[in-house]
Design a protein around this ligand. Structure first.
Ligand code: ATP
Ligand code: MG
Ligand code: MG
Length: 350
């Protein structure tokens, strides 16, 4: 069978490897850090930094296709790898989603709604943007932010200097605060043949900036549900995308507003492991391996709960319930670290 190269060896790479293995495919993980969670289940692991050209070359030559579990792969590594094997999702999806300014501009150009935003290169930009966008607003680093890191809320103009200091000179954007009623996400997939399949939207609740729970079905009207899926499909097609993507949306009285996109399998799609016949991980492997997409229809209602840090101590108790437990094999428990998740099937899909 073919070998799928995966950049990144965290829990997403691990669950992608499990799915690939079920399809009779092999995975080869490339990860700079030692003992990656994906290493337990992948067929091969390369431990090397993204600057190691010899290691990248050997990896690229050993695999049939390259995918990734995180979007911050250095451009130089991609430039080399793309000469050796196809990369899916492609460079356009990566470039668009690596930078919040590029991402928001792309979404607006597609005619989709985003929070009002402005490029912030320094104090003058921020002062000007605060007069147009106003407060409350959020200053975010353009790159490398996740789990709410690299963000500072600005409740009044007096907060501006402190917020700028939090950015530590990194390029940033200012976003107007969206007064949403709920947050939902669509996990969408597009195959090499251009077919698109989206999972039912999930409703997300965050705690301390980190996803806490995803519930399906989300409380949306039928037209909001359709709209959410159409937005995801439009983004997938515009990027000529191959693979699974997460699209985070704010629900507001003025319609759905796109928060951000992730060019990979997504934490808010973990419910699909126990709510669908074909989960997001299998769907992604199918797409990047050139297989037809599977049926992503939801057969069950599910609540997914992340096990963050010490939450993992509750596993023995959770194991006595009917919940499906997914652990990532991380040896060390740290505050804020994603250790696993639980899928509680709450009934058959209506
Ligand atoms: P992720 O871990 O999902 O990649 P992230 O660090 O990239 O997160 P965002 O998704 O941009 O950060 O923001 C984290 C959360 O902060 C959002 O899910 C939402 O709850 C809140 N948030 C972000 N931007 C806005 C906004 N413009 N208005 C209101 N709330 C926001
Ligand atoms: Mg993000
Ligand atoms: Mg987010």
């Amino acid at each position: 069978g073919a070998t799928i190269g995966i950049l990144g060896g965290g829990q997403l790479g691990r669950m992608l490897s499990v799915a690939a293995s079920r399809l009779g495919l092999k995975t080869h993980i490339y990860e700079p850090g030692a003992n990656p969670p994906a290493g337990d289940v992948a067929h091969r692991v390369t431990t090397a930094p993204y600057e190691d050209e010899a290691a990248l070359t050997a990896f690229g030559n050993a695999v049939d296709v390259i995918t990734y579990e995180f979007e911050n792969i250095p451009t130089s590594a991609l430039d080399l790898l793309e000469t050796l094997a196809p990369i899916h999702p492609g460079r356009k999806a990566l470039a668009t989603s690596q930078d919040r300014l590029t991402e928001k501009s792309f979404l607006q150009d597609l005619g989709l709604q985003t929070a009002p935003f402005a490029d912030i290169a320094g104090a003058d930009d921020l002062e000007a943007a605060l007069t147009t966008i106003g407060t409350p607003s959020i200053l975010k680093t353009r790159r490398f932010g996740y789990d709410g890191k690299g963000q500072a809320r600005i409740m009044s103009p007096a907060d501006a200097p402190g917020a700028l200091a939090d950015m530590a000179d990194a390029p940033a954007i200012l976003e107007g605060f969206v007064d949403f009623t709920r947050e939902v996400s669509v996990i969408g997939a597009r195959g090499a043949d251009g077919a698109v399949a989206c999972y039912d939207p999930g409703e997300n609740v965050h705690k301390n900036g980190i996803l806490d729970t995803t519930t399906v079905p989300a409380s949306l009207s039928p037209s909001q549900r359709t709209d959410a899926v159409l937005i995801a499909a439009r983004i997938l097609n515009a990027l000529d995308y191959v693979g699974v993507m997460g699209v985070e949306l704010f629900v507001t009285p003025k319609g759905l507003i796109v928060n951000e996109i992730a060019p990979r399998v997504h934490n808010s799609g973990h419910w699909t492991q126990n709510g669908c016949t074909i989960c997001q991980f299998e769907q992604h492997i199918r797409a990047v391996a050139g297989w037809p997409l599977g049926d992503g229809k939801r057969h069950s209602d599910v609540v997914m709960e992340n096990l963050i840090g010490d939450d993992v101590a509750r596993v023995p108790e959770i194991a006595q319930t009917g919940a499906a437990i997914h652990l990532y094999g991380k040896a060390e428990v740290k505050a804020g670290r994603k250790m696993g998740h639980v899928n509680r099937v709450t009934g058959p899909a209506a």
